[in-house]
Design a protein around this ligand. Structure first.
Ligand code: FAD
Length: 448
């Protein structure tokens, strides 16, 4: 069983398949692939090494262990499979651009040695590519996709394997655990943590999800993205729990899970959109050179409190609230006129839940080149967004220490405070109103 983005034992159809069809024994394998490890930022490396340790501990409780090897999967998977005399290698299918190509290469290399790659399940409730319009085309817009996705449905979760004879490799090495920079705190990794968080979320905050999900000050979203990213829980497990609960909270939550599946579907059909424009005509949009302004944005020193709070939360927690992700992304693209890929790369460097499909399409949605059907008119005003979604300024005060003592209406636009901008906090890098007009003018020029 070759684990990748499915670091769990429960509701893991590929693992179940491996155990049921391999009575002579199963090797639990993870390949630390330099092509994925090298570009990952410190947050994801740290988290992955912890998650692998948690999976190893779960396997040890069942008499097994996780074999971790370093290197190119095409070579390492074949070598490990040969070492245990395997006839099959079981995986959950990967639909991302890199993973899909890698799996084809591994499949060919295994076949050359008389072995088979068996794909069972995927990291999604409905595998990318399955949900299509009546004419067989992929969906371009979220709402009709989500309707068809719900109609398509998914299987019930499966139990963890009851018993297996676990095999081992003579030489394996743990994943290196990088040192976290001062001030960066990340969540506890592993399947048990994922299930614990999910159960406590179901009991405590889910009921208010619909009403509160846009409020970063209340911090009442589930923080499940990191567990989903690494497959420490399968979305089907979550969907089954949601189905058992009536109300607007569970249905709103299901809609967000559908977003994750939609973006994976879009990326599957358009693998080029991982780097390039989903709407090619937007590639002609005029951007400014990134420079000091990009650095100010990255460091949370733009002088716009909600933007700065979000960017500092990202560096301190490897995570940012969804509403704030949209606001900071809009600010980079539409107020600073910096091309979205610069922001997307910075997010991937720091996010512990960094996921190619959700990140690139989250960015393209905001930049107007993605799946948003009304892309041009949407320019977030960071002051208005702050007042609406962080009405008492609790979120800003939590993350921007220079503003911790500030109260009242000027908190979201400190340049209007009677005593002036507090010491140490920057003046705004731009005038939002004029940059909004500039952004709209540039969009007009390419929209025809
Ligand atoms: C510019 C930008 C970049 C983003 N980058 C990522 C990323 O790299 N990885 C990532 O997982 N999400 C990304 N998102 C989506 C979203 O912000 C996060 O999934 C969410 O904030 C995670 O917190 P949570 O688990 O508490 O979410 P909850 O509100 O509790 O949502 C539950 C789950 O639904 C899914 N979900 C929620 N909103 C979205 C969304 N807009 N798009 C896709 N899935 C969603 C996630 O899996 C999430 O865990 C991005 C959004 C934007 C606007």
């Amino acid at each position: 069983m070759w684990f990748r983005r499915d670091l769990r034992l429960a509701d893991n159809p590929a693992l179940l398949d491996a155990c049921e069809s391999g009575p002579d024994g199963v090797l639990a394998l993870f390949v630390l692939d330099p092509a994925l490890w090298e570009p990952a930022g410190v947050s994801r490396r740290w988290y992955l090494s912890r998650s692998l340790a948690a999976l190893d501990a779960s396997l040890r409780r069942r008499g097994g262990a996780l074999a971790v090897v370093h290197g190119d999967p095409v070579r390492e998977v074949v070598r490990a499979a040969r070492a245990v005399d395997a006839s099959r290698v079981h995986v959950a299918a990967d639909y991302g651009p890199y993973g899909h190509g890698r799996d084809l290469a591994v499949e060919r290399a295994l076949a050359a040695d008389g072995m088979e790659l068996v794909r069972t399940g995927s990291p999604y409730a409905v595998a990318p590519g399955r949900v299509r319009t009546r004419s067989g085309a992929p969906y371009q817009v979220f709402t009709p996709f989500s309707r068809a996705w719900a109609e398509h449905g998914w299987r019930a979760p499966v139990d963890p394997p009851e018993a297996a004879r676990w095999l081992s490799l003579p030489h394996t090495a743990a994943a290196p655990e990088p040192r976290l920079p001062d001030g960066l705190q990340l969540p506890e990794a592993g399947e048990e943590s994922a299930l614990r968080r999910w159960r406590s979320y179901l009991d405590a905050d889910l009921v208010d999800y619909d009403a509160e999900r846009d409020r970063p000050d209340l911090d009442s979203t589930s923080h499940m993205s990191v567990h989903l990213k690494w497959g420490e829980i399968h979305p089907r497990t979550m969907l089954a729990d949601l189905a058992a609960r009536p109300g607007t909270g569970p249905s709103a939550y299901r809609r967000e899970l559908a977003f994750r599946e939609f973006y994976a579907d879009v990326l599957f059909h358009r693998p080029d959109s991982a780097r390039g424009y989903l709407r090619p005509q937007l590639a002609a949009l005029e951007y400014d050179e990134p420079g000091d302004r990009l650095r100010a944005w990255q460091e949370g020193r733009t002088g716009f409190p909600l933007v700065d709070a979000g960017m500092r939360q990202l560096r301190a927690r490897g995570w940012m609230h969804n509403r704030v992700r949209m606001v900071v992304a809009s600010f980079l693209v539409k107020d600073l006129h910096i091309e979205w890929q610069h922001g997307a790369r910075h997010f991937m460097r720091w996010l512990v839940d960094g996921d190619l499909a959700s990140n690139m399409h989250g960015w393209q949605w905001v930049a107007g080149s993605g799946t948003d059907p009304a892309p041009y008119v949407r320019v977030f005003n960071p002051v208005v967004q702050g007042r609406r979604y962080d009405p008492d300024g609790t979120y800003v005060r939590r993350w921007v220490s220079e503003l911790a003592g500030l109260e009242g209406r000027c908190l979201h636009e400190p340049w209007t405070c009677p005593e002036g901008v507090p010491d140490g906090y920057p003046d705004p890098v731009v005038d939002h109103r004029s940059e909004r007009a500039e952004a709209l003018a540039r969009y007009e020029r390419v929209s025809g």
